[in-house]
Design a protein around this ligand. Structure first.
Ligand code: SF4
Ligand code: SF4
Length: 182
């Protein structure tokens, strides 16, 4: 994971191929790490379980937003998706209040899948639950007891993503809605 991202940082700032390779390999390596963790410590996450996609992931770097936008640009309804992000970004609230509003991410499809799954940021990948999936729903009586361990990647990964973002004049960290609306 680190090597691919370090190579992207060593490449020229306008080397789009190196950046794409770094992000794609780096994120794939993080997924492989998560898969290993899940083997040892089973999580409750499954396809179609979407309470966490009714939140606004924080700490998303500019290069991740840029990559996600490129994915959205391939959608036939990209204008609708972008406008939905802009609407959400204009209605900011503190994290807990926002979770309770249960606004679906504009990238969530009708089957509870992320339409930009391969390009989703680390903040989305890292969000898992060890308590029952239904506890992630803010309307659950057990919501306060949920355990989301936040399997964040090593700090150095975030620092590289921030450095890659900064040298492209992008935000080093933002929330998903603001980034996608920008
Ligand atoms: S974090 Fe919670 S809502 Fe999200 S996929 Fe896992 S169990 Fe489901
Ligand atoms: S980008 Fe995808 S994974 Fe992340 S909140 Fe939106 S739908 Fe969920």
């Amino acid at each position: 994971m680190l090597h691919a991202l370090q190579d992207a940082l060593r490449a020229a700032p306008d080397d789009e191929a190196a950046l794409e390779r770094g992000l794609s390999e780096g994120l794939a390596a993080y997924d492989a790490y998560l898969a290993l963790v899940v083997t040892a410590h089973p999580m409750s996450c499954r396809v179609g379980c979407t309470a966490c996609c009714h939140d606004n992931p924080r700490g998303v770097t500019g290069v991740e937003i840029e990559r996600l936008r490129r994915s959205v640009d391939t959608f036939p309804d990209r204008a609708r998706v972008k406008s939905a992000f802009a609407r959400l970004a204009a209605q900011r609230a503190d994290a807990e209040a926002w979770r309770r509003r249960q606004e679906p991410c504009p990238l969530l499809d009708g089957d509870g899948r992320c339409r930009a799954y391969a390009a989703r940021p680390l903040a989305c990948r890292a969000f898992v639950a060890v308590t029952p999936a239904e506890w992630c729903d803010p309307s659950s009586p057990r919501y306060a007891d949920r355990v989301n361990p936040h399997l964040d990647p090593p700090r150095v990964i975030l620092q590289i993503l921030q450095a890659l973002s900064a040298r492209r004049g992008l935000s080093v960290a933002t929330d998903l809605h603001t980034g996608m609306a920008g």
